[in-house]
Design a protein around this ligand. Structure first.
Ligand code: ARG
Length: 442
């Protein structure tokens, strides 16, 4: 059929942006649009409704995929093994879902023989990078289109007007001033007043967590049992990992635990103020770490900390399908073999504390650790241990003294002299002048 149009597979959410994308791809690029909607556990208005919206906006076809099981089994399980937190704070909520959605986009492109894949990300965020990097790594022959980056609908009203002209349903309720992305692992909130890093996040940004001040007055204890690094029992009841995530989001959220307010370094070079709600994810990571503390041999544990950071950075930067991430996964998986045991958490007014841990693989040895009479630790051996452990540095120190080099030469604080009252006052007066000048400018 000579006049058959080329096809594009679009990552569709049901929002105004991606609805406009459907029409734009038809009108501007002359393509048939296949919309793909992924359920990764986000809040949504109903998948059937979203599908109808896609078709009404002009999609030739709309496929709805429940990705939750795969998300848990192939993505969140690895994130948990990595105790994954970008910049030691952010458990990668959005960064984890993008490669999974990308995988489905690529599969759909193959099934429908589409030449293109499109997403509705802006040109300023990490998500565009994650989609495009993932798609390229899965099939370098697919071409990627990014309508929002390309079109010139600069403002929301412009976009709404364009939508109206093209017969796209425009939301009647006032749009939330925030940009939100959520899934099983949590919720990311940005924009609006949050763009001022000094402004305290308003109460209305939160949806999963209670205000800690209004959380129950009674603490709640929860026992999580792990097998090979994955949770499988909650308070003695066997549950799927998915079920445990839902339950912990509920429990931790009720106690006001899991809020994050941070300045984050985006891959595209921008610092941004981000708020997150990650009650279940943070509780699980905390419990998982506590079990590792008990079970992993010291050198493995220390080495793993570096691997965890590398893993989180890799995934944050859109490198889910990269060989580096795959290699680190192999290491992580190996560390989880004996990670069986139970951790006891206590939730109370915005906090989650590990209050107990036990495992049949525990390396905690009471006889070695105790200061009581049962002690079997060889105190005599400590002397020789310290001598040899310090030998190298001791050799260095004697050498320095023999050369007559004053110790101060190797001590920055001494070179500059001690901090005197005069110096301190000088420094603070300069600082006060800076603050005053800034206030004048403002
Ligand atoms: N800053 C986070 C990240 O890059 C969250 C992004 C959320 N996306 C969104 N469209 N609101 O992973």
């Amino acid at each position: 059929m000579a006049d058959q149009k080329d096809k594009v597979v679009l990552a569709y959410s049901g929002g105004l942006d991606t609805s406009c994308c459907i029409k734009w791809l038809q009108v501007e690029k002359d393509l048939d649009v296949i919309a793909v909607v992924g359920d990764v556990g986000q809040e949504h208005e109903g998948l059937e409704k979203i599908k109808q919206k896609a078709l009404k906006s002009g999609a030739l076809e709309c496929i709805v995929v429940d990705m939750r099981q795969t998300f848990v089994q192939e993505y969140l399980s690895k994130a948990l093994a990595a105790n994954a937190m970008y910049e030691n704070k952010y458990p990668l909520v959005s960064a984890l879902s993008r490669p999974l959605i990308s995988k489905h986009l690529v599969d759909a492109a193959h099934a429908f023989d589409a030449k293109y894949i499109a997403h509705g990300c802006t040109g300023k965020g990490n998500d565009q990078v994650r989609f495009e990097a993932s798609i390229t790594m899965l099939d370098p022959d697919l071409e990627i289109l990014s309508p929002v980056r390309e079109w010139d609908l600069k403002t929301r009203p412009e976009e709404m007007e364009w939508a109206q002209q093209h017969g796209i349903e425009v939301p009647t309720t006032k749009k939330s001033p925030y940009s939100v992305d959520d899934n099983l692992w949590g919720r990311a909130i940005e924009c609006g007043v949050l763009e001022d890093p000094w402004a305290e996040p308003p109460a209305d940004i939160y949806a999963m967590t209670a205000d800690p001040a209004e959380a129950p007055d009674e603490p709640q204890y929860v026992e999580i049992e792990f097998m090979r690094g994955l949770p499988y029992m909650l308070d003695g009841n066997q549950k799927s990992f998915l079920g445990i995530i839902y339950a912990l989001n509920e429990i931790a959220g009720k106690h006001g635990y899991g809020r994050i307010d941070m300045i984050e370094n985006r891959l595209v070079g921008v610092k941004s103020r981000e708020c997150y709600e990650v009650p279940g994810a943070l509780s699980l990571i905390q419990a998982h770490k506590a079990l590792e503390d008990l079970v992993l041999e010291r050198e493995v544990l220390h080495f793993k900390l570096g691997m965890e950071q590398a893993w989180a950075k890799c995934v944050y930067n859109g490198q889910w399908f990269s060989p580096l991430k795959e290699a680190i996964d192999a290491f992580l998986l190996n560390t989880q073999r004996c990670l069986c045991g139970t951790v006891r958490l206590k939730f109370y007014k915005g906090s989650c504390t590990v209050v107990g841990r036990r495992s049949s693989y525990s390396l905690y040895d009471y006889a070695l650790a105790t200061y009581d009479a049962d002690d079997v630790f060889d105190h005599e051996a400590a002397k020789g241990f310290i001598q040899l452990n310090t030998l190298s540095a001791k050799t260095w120190a004697s050498n320095r003294r023999k050369e007559g080099a004053p110790a101060e030469l190797f001590d920055a604080e001494k070179q500059e002299g001690p901090l005197t009252k005069g110096k301190y006052e000088h420094a603070t007066s300069i600082w006060k002048q800076v603050v005053a000048a800034e206030a004048e400018l403002a």
